[in-house]
Design a protein around this ligand. Structure first.
Ligand code: AMP
Length: 530
């Protein structure tokens, strides 16, 4: 496939300029609006010296400006650098030092003095700020700032720039499929963030994969509950919306009440997000059983999905949650549950299958030497295909460690069954070794999730003078439930081998997670949840 998402966008501009593309609270932008605004922004960027191959950092929540800026950068052959809006200046500093952007686009309310100082000392020569209350009028106080802040000193306001260059178009420039479209930093649950280079080809493959796998088209409306800076947002929201010419509903960040209002207003038909979003919806008393009825298809990826959660969700809302497995480095879907089928649960464990290879993805289970293993045997998942990044930004060492002979080594341990369904057991690095026995935290978490009182669970190994490591579970409880730690220990003991069940259970208010719903086991090990 040589078509890029930018080509697809340009085709939408020609074929259907009036079709809605982005909804944001009560604001709607058509394909033509997005084209016009991104043209003006592209001209403004050029005016500031931005040129082909330059990096534009995006430090934004789920706002229309994210999509507009992405398209503007692509029109100039530029590369977007996706930055998690929850990161602090100290963390951003590392990403900036790595990706050396020349232009930085930030939400005004995220633009602090500390960030200004950090950017001052960096490669960034121009800061553009933008307001979360632009492109809508509702000013929903649940998530948006109360008022439009004045433009921070030393920055240009995006709307001012767009007004100034309105009606102008940048010189038409062809981007090639191998050009880097976005640098997406891996979530860093295990260590130093690495910038995956998602090329235009990768992003087009990711978007088309979502479109074709879930059968999405121009009548579909996508609910954007995953963060846009993450690859699920990039492929499962933005790229798929463009590839299918569907519209995308954005609402700053996930909030149950706001999401329900957006569902009522726009009747979305598809969404993909972290399982925590669906756990939150299923556990909220504010969500009626028919509240999600427009959502014909729901997918969830990015973190393990307990089988019990999918069952509970379907019982309550009548919608089946399709598991999707992918990584930043795979530009989203690699394995998923085909429409109309249900993921089986592994014979040996409680794990729900992550599905079968999606379209062009090739997946195999390999041993330490990289040799393919037969069905049923545990090994590392390796992936090949047009969605795999060529490597990490300016990091040959990590690139050659991760990609061998065209196969990306995922760091995920799993197996395939005789029918071709894949199962993840856990992250290689999270394995706990108890007296020489391997324990996969995920398996213990899945058992905990079958207990009615459990909202979320995170399991880690803690040092043990006798066994080397021992299993400890952190859990949060569903509203209205009480349970004692020792009851949970007994519950697990009755369901798993003696070396596996947690010897300690600690009840906490909140399980620490990344923005994409991955349990931060590192924080649990450090005890920061307390
Ligand atoms: P990221 O790069 O943030 O997308 O994280 C990728 C990692 O998330 C994978 O290597 C898996 O460990 C985990 N992951 C993604 N999707 C799933 C899924 N459906 N089930 C379990 N783990 C998943």
């Amino acid at each position: 496939m040589s078509e890029t998402v930018l080509d697809m966008f340009r085709r939408n501009v020609t074929d259907a300029p009036d079709s809605p593309m982005l909804a944001y609270f009560d604001g709607v932008l058509t394909v033509g609006d997005v084209d016009r605004v991104s043209n003006a922004l592209a001209v403004a960027l050029t005016d500031g010296g931005f040129t082909r191959g330059d990096r534009l950092a995006l430090y934004l929540q789920n706002v229309p400006q994210y999509v507009i800026a992405l398209i503007a950068a692509w029109k100039l052959g530029g590369i977007a650098v996706a930055i998690n809006p929850m990161l602090t200046p100290r963390e951003i500093d590392k990403l900036i030092a790595d990706s050396t952007p020349t232009t930085f686009l930030a939400l005004s309310e995220l633009y602090s003095d500390d960030l200004a100082t950090t950017l001052d000392r960096s490669s960034v020569t121009r800061v553009i700020t933008t307001s979360a209350v632009d492109f809508q009028h509702a000013n929903d106080a649940r998530v948006l700032p109360a008022e439009r802040l004045s433009t921070p000193v030393g920055t240009d306001d995006l709307t001012d720039l767009v007004d100034h260059f309105d009606g102008q178009t940048p010189e038409v420039l062809m981007v090639t499929p191998d050009d880097v479209a976005v640098i997406t930093y891996t979530s860093g649950t295990t260590g130093v963030p690495k910038g995956a280079m998602n090329t235009h080809h990768n992003v087009a493959t990711g978007g088309s994969a979502y479109r074709d796998w879930f059968g999405l088209g121009a009548d579909d409306v996508i609910l954007g509950v995953a963060p846009l800076f993450h690859v699920t947002g990039l492929s499962g929201h933005i790229a798929v919306a463009i590839a299918a010419r569907a519209s995308l509903v954005l609402s700053y960040r996930f909030d149950i009440g706001v999401t329900l209002d957006m569902i009522r207003a726009y009747a979305p038909t598809f969404t993909v997000g972290a399982i925590t979003v669906f756990i939150a919806l299923a556990n909220s008393a504010d969500v009626t059983n028919d509240a999600l009825s427009s959502l014909a298809t729901i997918a969830s990826g990015g973190a393990p999905i307990p089988a019990a959660t999918v069952e509970r969700f379907e019982t309550r809302f009548g919608v089946y949650v399709h598991n999707v497995y992918g990584m930043t480095e795979t530009t989203s879907p690699v394995l998923s549950v085909p429409m109309g089928t249900r993921a089986p649960v592994g014979a040996e464990t409680e794990a729900l299958s992550v599905g079968v290879p999606v379209l062009s993805a090739e997946v195999r289970v390999v041993d330490e030497t990289g040799a393919a293993l037969p069905a049923g045997q545990l090994g590392e998942l390796a992936v090949r295909g047009p969605q795999i990044v060529p490597g990490y930004w300016r990091n040959e060492i990590e690139t050659s460690a991760a990609i061998k002979g065209g196969w990306l080594l995922t760091g995920d341990v799993g197996y395939v069954d005789d029918d071709g369904w894949y199962y993840l057991v856990d992250r290689k690095k999270d394995m706990i070794v108890v007296s020489g026995y391997k324990v996969w935290p995920r398996e213990v978490e899945d058992v905990l999730y079958t207990h009615d009182a459990i909202l979320e669970a995170g399991v880690v190994g803690i040092p043990d003078p006798y066994r080397g490591e021992t299993v400890k579970a952190y859990v949060s409880l569903r509203d209205g439930f009480t349970v004692e730690p020792h009851e949970l220990v007994d519950f697990c003991r009755a369901r798993m081998a003696a070396y596996k069940y947690p010897r300690e259970v600690e009840i906490v208010d909140v399980i620490p997670k990344t923005a994409t719903g991955k349990i931060l086991r590192r924080s649990l090990r450090d005890g920061v949840s307390r």
